[in-house]
Design a protein around this ligand. Structure first.
Ligand SMILES: [Zn+2]
Length: 432
């Protein structure tokens, strides 16, 4: 498409200009999930124009949040390891690519999984970016206007590079990965400008319909793209091991816990790629088991939803715990990645001062063994924990895009083991 070519040449101009004034080429950063970031370059220039979806930054500094983090030669989980970083190390981030960050400090440089870094406050500079955004916005408007409507059940082509695939129909949903120009997808459902798609390699997710072009199957090119793991499953973070002696019985007595089963209603979350498990239902089942364990140990429990058909807003989920004066908030999810090999659980926190203690306590029993391995802790910029004034975590209890994880998750034993681990984590937190 002409418009795509135009965006390419515009981007090259911008890069040339940026170099001329001695500025680094801006990387584009995704707002929804701070540690998951988008590729710099042409694709990201196209992507970054979605209104409110992304903004641009220069280099910034970030801190490492895991005891041992592999530094790799290129972005990706299976590339050669060239160094390592430790908890508390501060690095300069110079580039970003689908969840991977290019970093450097005095002792090493290379690519690391972005989940394990948190941006340091006030370290951004974005002065050079405005020109790029404006120029690429006009380039992209052309490609959007050229897209035709897409109908459900039809094959469609992706019209831009690095189009975000999300777990639900809207920008607030988890980022699962990306699709590239000329990727062939099947449109399964549509609502409010978003299309639920299946990729040619079987992954499911939602993308903005404006980046799809309907077309007969004759024009569909079966371009299977290299899978990009956004949900990184390397380098499990170290955290204190759960020991029953650490957990004082009775520490949950009288505590008020808010459980948030993610998604619901017309937002199913992610769908299992092997067995078709539906995330929103698993979230609810797991939360119900957690509630049972907590209540049996003397805690009080409120839930943001108790039925499959309910879909409270993210804002109301975030507000429930503070409005009740609750002691902790736990959002329960299951994960998905375009790479079928991504597996394991993850505990996401937002605030180091408010949430990290709870996150460490929650991860300890998960590490102790639920049938699915633990990927440790991660900084996660999720609204339900970000805009929540009580200690809050978001749990990803395994990957529905991984055949082994999904098989394990499908058993009620896992649901109960996981729920018990969550209750144990809360009890550990309140015993300290
Ligand atoms: Zn989810």
């Amino acid at each position: 498409m002409n418009s795509i070519k135009r965006s390419v040449s515009v981007r090259r101009d911008i890069q040339a200009k940026a170099r001329k004034v001695g500025e680094p080429i801006p990387a584009f950063r995704h707002k929804g999930l701070a540690s998951l970031t988008l590729a710099a370059g042409i694709g990201a220039a196209v992507l970054a124009v979605a209104p409110g979806e992304a903004h641009a930054d220069n280099t910034y500094t970030a801190k490492v949040y895991t005891d041992s983090l592999n530094v790799r030669s290129t972005a990706g989980p299976d590339t050669p390891v060239v160094g390592s970083l430790r908890s508390g190390d501060v690095v300069t981030v110079t580039d970003e690519n689908l969840g991977w960050l290019k970093v450097e400090n005095a002792s090493t440089s290379g690519w690391v999984a972005g989940y394990y870094l948190k941006r340091e406050n006030g370290s951004s500079a974005s002065a050079t970016v405005n020109t790029a955004s404006t120029a690429s916005r006009s380039a992209v408007t052309g490609s959007i206007a050229a897209s035709s409507s897409v109908s459900t059940g039809a094959k469609a082509l992706v019209t831009a590079n690095s189009v975000i695939i999300r777990s639900g129909p809207g920008k607030s949903h988890d980022l699962l990965g990306s699709a590239n120009r000329n990727d062939a997808v099947t449109v399964l459902d549509q609502q409010s400008g978003w299309s639920r798609i299946q990729t040619s390699y079987g992954a499911y997710g939602w993308i903005s319909t404006k980046y799809l072009q309907g077309g007969g199957s004759a024009t569909v090119k079966a371009a299977v793209q290299t899978q990009k793991a956004v949900n990184v499953s390397t380098a499990a973070a170290q955290s204190p091991k759960a020991s029953t002696s650490d957990i004082q019985s009775g520490s949950l007595q009288g505590k008020l816990i808010v459980l948030d089963p993610g998604h619901g209603g017309n937002d199913p979350g992610t769908i299992g790629t092997t067995y078709g498990l539906v995330e929103q239902e698993l979230n609810l089942q797991t939360a119900m088991y957690v509630r049972d364990y907590l209540v049996s140990r003397g805690a009080r429990v409120e839930m943001t939803r108790t039925e499959s058909g309910q879909r409270p807003s993210l804002a109301s989920r975030a507000q429930l715990a503070p409005s009740l004066g609750a002691d902790a908030f736990v959002s329960i999810h299951y994960n998905s990645a375009l790479s079928a090999s991504s597996n394991g659980t993850l505990v996401c926190f937002y605030s180091e001062s408010k949430d990290l203690g709870l996150a460490r306590a929650m991860e300890a029993p998960l590490k102790g063994g639920t049938g699915i391995r633990s990927n440790g802790l991660a900084f996660g910029n999720f609204k339900v924990i970000r805009e929540n004034s009580v200690p809050a975590v978001l749990l990803e209890m395994g990957f529905l895009s991984n055949a082994s994880d999904e098989a394990t998750i499908s058993s009620s034993d896992y649901q109960k083991n996981a729920a018990k681990a969550i209750a144990d984590g809360l009890q550990l937190y309140f015993s300290n």
